[in-house]
Design a protein around this ligand. Structure first.
Ligand code: AMP
Ligand code: ZN
Length: 469
């Protein structure tokens, strides 16, 4: 197994060997959700991708700090709160809770820090003041703007020309701007509206400023990895680089920039504005979280990921197969693997770990897991079974999969209006009694009635097991 991690750095557009700033402590920041509504599956893609990457880092470095923010103040949040006649706090506490519940179902680990923008207003004001003092920002009509002409390599991440920068930013050509490409650090808020006092009057921060201030506060001026979706390269990340490096004497905020591709539906990006979205919440009523997660990891993170209901059903069937292989070896004890100093025990099979170390090649890792599950199905002796079982479980965990108890996977969650586990067990007991009484017509009737409700019975040497279809 190699231990060298390589990642594609958007900054250089090449795959680079990952050399942490401090090998004893790797630091990563990922832009999190704007919590005004339910997250759609596209929003879940960066969460799942960077969670898988976080899990990988944790297997190779003694300490990893992962911060992912919650944007809890923004135009969409303000509009939604007004519509519902609640404060932004009330709105975002509720939407954040739902976001957590949904992401938990996708087996995404909670980040080490989950800063809320509204808890960092003081740091945002201080950062703005530094930028003004250093001549990179100016005040105009209650706004504070970043002056892009003061940064010679502005546009380095997105590699856009000046005209493209202006067109792409869709920035308002406001009379108070010195240059149309200048962007807002602080903007005025109406009296009585949501806002904070600042040296420039009552107002609120610009979105780009929020991430710069939170990342700096939690991870330091320069950290290892900054991630997010492809759409954030410009203007969001370009502007974060401008703010942070100009405030920190040229020191860039991150060494490596990683961006996930879009989740698409019929060739178009899944988005709220196009209306072509499925929320994670609604999809979880149709499929287990692990099936959603597997369908997100089936494409390489930098490629577009095409979402279809058929693809989701296929992911569920794949997991049925993998859990099926584990079900057969439930009684086989796992071998004990010693932990390395400071790093968790790692029994991920070499081919799978190598695939993940190579710029998080999850499709290749998944192909290897298929082979592993087939091998486990064929294994005959106890040692081979134990080794393959441990490998399959570890590989699953590396991808945030196969984390459920085998039986509960097959039993699934009770569907609305469907029989509960206890009702199913009672029917199975009644069927057994009918069979013992040689009343086969009745036992068949019970089995067929359960099948009609999507409950499949399987008779085996140790009794009857069941699963939801
Ligand atoms: P938002 O809540 O819109 O700020 O987005 C949160 C995260 O989801 C950002 O990293 C976006 O880049 C990402 N994102 C939004 N839509 C998609 C999509 N269709 N596919 C992949 N990532 C997306
Ligand atoms: Zn951000």
């Amino acid at each position: 197994m190699t231990t060298q991690l390589t990642i594609h750095n958007t900054l250089t557009r090449t795959k680079e060997a990952f050399e942490p700033l401090d090998p004893a402590h790797v630091r990563m920041y990922v832009c999190g959700p704007t919590v005004y509504d339910f997250a759609h599956l596209g929003n879940a893609r960066p969460v799942v991708v960077f969670d898988t990457f976080y899990r990988l880092l944790k297997r190779h470095f003694p300490k990893v700090t992962y911060a992912r923010n919650i944007t809890d103040v923004d135009d969409k949040i303000l509009a939604r709160a007004k519509e519902r006649n609640v404060s932004i706090k009330e709105l975002t506490v509720g939407t954040t809770k739902i976001f957590h519940e949904d992401m938990d179902q996708l087996n995404a680990l909670r980040p080490d820090f989950e800063p809320r923008a509204t808890d960092y207003i003081a740091q945002m004001i201080a950062l703005t003041q530094t930028l003004i003092e250093r001549g990179h920002a100016y005040e105009a009509e209650g706004h504070v703007l970043f002056a892009v002409e003061t940064m010679p390599d502005y546009g380095k991440l997105s590699r856009r020309t000046r005209d493209e920068l202006i067109a792409g930013a869709r920035v308002e050509i406001a009379p108070y701007k010195k240059d149309p490409a200048d962007f807002v650090l602080w903007k005025p808020a109406p009296e009585g509206g949501e806002g904070w006092d600042s040296p420039w009057g009552y107002g609120r921060p610009g979105w780009h400023l929020e991430c710069s201030a939170m990342a700096d506060d939690l991870l330091g001026e320069t950290f290892d990895i900054h991630g997010g979706g492809l759409d954030l390269i410009f203007p969001h990340h370009e502007n974060e680089i401008a703010q942070s490096s100009c405030a920190h004497c040229g020191k860039p905020p991150a060494k490596y920039w990683m961006h996930n591709g879009f989740l698409i539906v019929n060739g178009e990006k899944m988005s709220k504005s196009l209306g072509n979205f499925f929320t994670v919440h609604e999809l979880l009523e149709e499929a287990p979280g692990e099936a959603l997660r597997l369908s997100l990891l089936a494409s390489h993170y930098r490629q577009p990921c095409d979402f279809t209901k058929e693809g989701l059903a296929k992911a569920k069937a794949t997991l049925d197969k993998w859990y099926g292989a584990l079900r057969k070896v439930q009684d086989v004890p796992l071998p004990v693997i010693p932990a390395k100093a400071g790093i968790q025990a790692n029994s991920v099979p070499a081919a799978i770990e190598d695939a993940l170390l190579d710029d998080l090649n999850t499709p290749l890792a998944i192909a290897h897991i298929h082979d592993l599950a087939s091998e486990l199905n064929r294994a005959e002796d106890a040692d081979t079974k134990a080794k393959l079982k441990a490998g399959l479980l570890a590989a699953g965990e590396a991808l945030g999969l196969l984390l459920q108890d085998v039986e509960s996977w097959f039993k699934g969650a009770a569907q609305k209006g469907g029989p509960t586990d206890a009702e199913i067990e009672a029917q199975i007991a009644a069927r057994l009694e009918s069979r013992q009484a040689k009343n086969f017509a009745e036992s068949d009737r019970i089995r067929d009635a359960l099948a009609a409700q999507g409950i499949i019975l399987q008779d085996g040497p140790t009794g009857t097991t069941w699963r939801r279809e």
